[in-house]
Ligand binder design. Structure first.
Ligand code: FAD
Ligand code: FMN
Length: 598
């Protein structure tokens, strides 16, 4: 027994409980005890916060504002659900998108509830950028009269999990606002946590003192964007593949596929900029490695939800086996009792580094352990669909949806790895095979309503995809606005996606300007941000004549492009740095600068 008896004399704990605790502690390793102490500390902190909140009785005599800060609609759905429940309970509540929020009057606000997702490298969604920047700046007033609650939607496989929710939470507190209930952070399967949070919010408001004027106020009914129509994430359309064709050259470093999907006579209407959600199945050869590694059998039974299915089926359709996360490593360290994994368990930096460099199967092989079939499936995250920008216009292809998919391929010490969904789409399904899809509206990446307005499209790699849809749409609409494409990749002969189509658009005059950047066709690197700067005078002219700017592709590229554009605004617009940022923010507010990056 560990020598804890001397603690007992001063303890608040009776002898029976003390012995029970010691019995548990005796079976724990040092690392497990460290974890336990952190766990207990968290419980104490949360209890403290809840007690503080219970004590603070707030007289509600003003409206409650719910802000949804969303890129692809999840946060909007949660915010709308809360709004509906509050309306049902007769609260005076308004629901706004972050892009509609008059944030400069935030100091007039009394109660603000923010539901936000996180994007980029821990950034808020596009529509929230300007509000977020304002809130983080020195210009923002003290907010002592404000009370707030935050709900975060994120994905724990990203380095900055739920960062924008955390940022809002800390910053509002720092500015003097009062937290109504503690922040809830949710992971990819957010629904359950969201429902619990909504319950807590409602309970909180039911327990505060009301001013009568707040009750029985008629709320305007709000039409929320119908993100989940007939076919949805939960109820996808099952259709078939029409074509799956490699569109990069023989010597390209990348395998990129043009995939055409049948859209039979069903009510699915998509617009340029929208995204396709795809449910995929894992690679059978990887499943085999998992099963062999733990000496399990395909036919072992496991429980997923309330279904009993074979381990093979669970790993094929229900578990994410290509993505490692910090949570998985932590859980596996306890299950395996592996010394090394336990030693990095409390070191966030080490954990992040480990996850980045160690795919799941490598971790299982290097840090071998015994797992039961059920333990294995419970350890993996539930499989979630992947998203692809639609690369066709329905005006051109009424009964088809096209996507452009890069097969993710990388090497670790042990194996060559492929991305789960991209290798399913690119390598494992063929013409006529069935596929499960659903549409994800993307109102943050839309052509200007007025087709006389000119557009500048900036893309690298598969970022070209929505622009193929844009240009088809503009051709069909006989849009008078001009079109300019900046496209970049490694090599002209290997990586010019949809080359013939773009050349034809340029020849027939629909595409007015085209600038290409090939990073590996010469000794020194050339990127699209360089091409933008080379054309700064015309670029500035287009901006001044009202052009919309669209950026699609990698997050890193979008940052470099933004630096170039800010430079043009400063030099050609004769502005200092901070004025150029204000100018760009204005473009964002007016939807004239839209990004779709991943
Ligand atoms: C709005 C939106 C639009 C998109 N549009 C497109 C599109 O048009 N075309 C397109 O091709 N993609 C697009 N994507 C990306 C796409 O959704 C998938 O993320 C991509 O295909 C990879 O998914 P996967 O399932 O193949 O890989 P996963 O199975 O999810 O594998 C990814 C994981 O592999 C690991 N990993 C990756 N590289 C390494 C490495 N070098 N070392 C160690 N581990 C590594 C990481 O853990 C990473 O999380 C889009 C994404 C979004 C959000
Ligand atoms: C390209 C991309 C980047 C993301 N980056 C992060 C991130 O840095 N941190 C995080 O916690 N979640 C991240 N996520 C996960 C989203 O926040 C999560 O999927 C959320 O449910 C999306 O909600 P929305 O539809 O309201 O935008 C990212 C998702 C995508 C597609």
């Amino acid at each position: 027994m560990k020598d804890n008896n001397n603690l007992f004399n001063n303890s608040l704990i009776d002898e029976y409980t003390f012995k029970k605790i010691n019995k548990i502690i005796n079976n724990l390793s040092n690392n497990q005890m460290i974890w336990l102490s952190g766990y207990l500390f968290n419980i104490i902190e949360n209890n403290k916060l809840n007690n503080e909140l219970k004590k603070s009785s707030i007289l509600i005599d003003n409206k409650i504002t719910i802000l949804s800060s969303s890129q692809t609609g999840n946060a909007r759905l949660v915010a709308k659900k809360l709004y509906d429940r509050m309306v049902l309970n007769n609260f005076n509540v308004v629901l706004l998108k972050a892009s509609e929020y008059k944030f400069k009057k935030i100091n007039k606000e009394k109660i603000l509830i923010i539901v936000t997702s996180t994007y980029g490298e821990g950034e808020p969604p596009e529509e929230t950028y300007v509000f977020y920047n304002f809130l983080m700046s020195k210009r923002v007033p003290k907010l002592n009269n404000l009370s707030f609650a935050i709900f975060g939607l994120g994905d724990s496989s990203y380095k900055f999990f739920n960062k924008s929710a955390k940022d809002f939470d800390y910053r509002l507190k720092e500015l003097g606002a009062k937290r109504l209930i503690k922040r809830f952070d949710s992971d990819i399967n957010y629904s359950k946590v969201a429902n619990n949070w909504i319950k807590e919010v409602l309970n909180f408001f039911k327990n505060v003192t009301f001013n009568k004027s707040n009750l029985s106020i008629k709320n305007k009914s709000i039409k929320v964007d119908n993100y989940e129509k007939k076919y949805s994430k939960k109820n996808p359309l099952i259709t078939n593949i029409l074509c799956n064709q490699k569109i990069t050259g023989r010597y390209s470093n990348k395998d990129i596929r043009h995939i055409e999907i049948n859209l039979p006579n069903v009510n699915i209407f998509y617009e340029p900029g929208d995204i396709l959600g795809i449910w995929y199945e894992n690679d059978p050869s990887l499943i085999k490695k998992f099963i062999l590694c733990f000496k399990l059998s395909n036919n072992d039974f496991v429980k997923i939800g309330n279904k009993n299915i074979s381990l093979y089926e669970a790993l094929l359709k229900y578990c994410e086996i290509t993505v490692n996360t910090i949570n998985i490593v932590k859980k596996y360290s306890y299950l395996s009792n592996n010394k090394y994994l336990l030693s990095i368990n409390n070191d966030l930096l080490e954990l992040k580094n480990f996850v980045k460099n160690t795919p799941l199967i490598d971790m299982f092989i290097i840090y071998k352990s015994k797992l039961l079939a059920q333990q294995l499936v419970s350890l993996c995250r539930p499989l979630s669909p992947r998203f692809y920008s639609i690369s066709s216009s329905q005006k051109e292809y009424k009964n088809e949806i096209h996507i452009t998919v890069k097969i993710l391929k990388y090497r670790s010490k042990n194996f060559v790895h492929f991305g789960g969904a991209s290798s399913y789409l690119g390598r494992r399904i063929n013409e006529n095979d069935k596929i499960k899809i659903f549409l994800q509206k993307n109102n943050n990446f839309k052509l200007p309503k007025d087709s006389n307005i000119s557009i500048i499209m900036i893309a690298v790699g598969t970022g070209i995809s929505p622009f193929r849809s844009f240009i088809q749409e503009r051709e069909n609409m006989k849009a008078k606005g001009k079109n300019w494409l900046f496209f970049g990749d490694q090599k002209f002969t290997e990586d010019f996606l949809y080359q013939i189509e773009w050349v034809n658009y340029f020849k027939n005059g629909l595409l007015n300007n085209i600038n290409l950047a090939w990073s590996r066709d010469q000794k020194y690197k050339i990127y699209i941000q360089d091409k933008i700067l080379e054309n700064k005078n015309i670029f500035w002219k287009w901006i001044n004549s009202g052009a919309y700017i669209y950026i699609c592709g990698s997050i890193t590229m979008s940052k470099s492009v933004e630096i170039s554009i800010l430079k043009i605004i400063q030099e050609n617009g004769k502005m200092n740095k901070s004025d150029s940022v204000i100018f760009l923010n204005e473009l964002k507010i007016n939807h004239r600068y839209q990004k779709d990056v991943y």
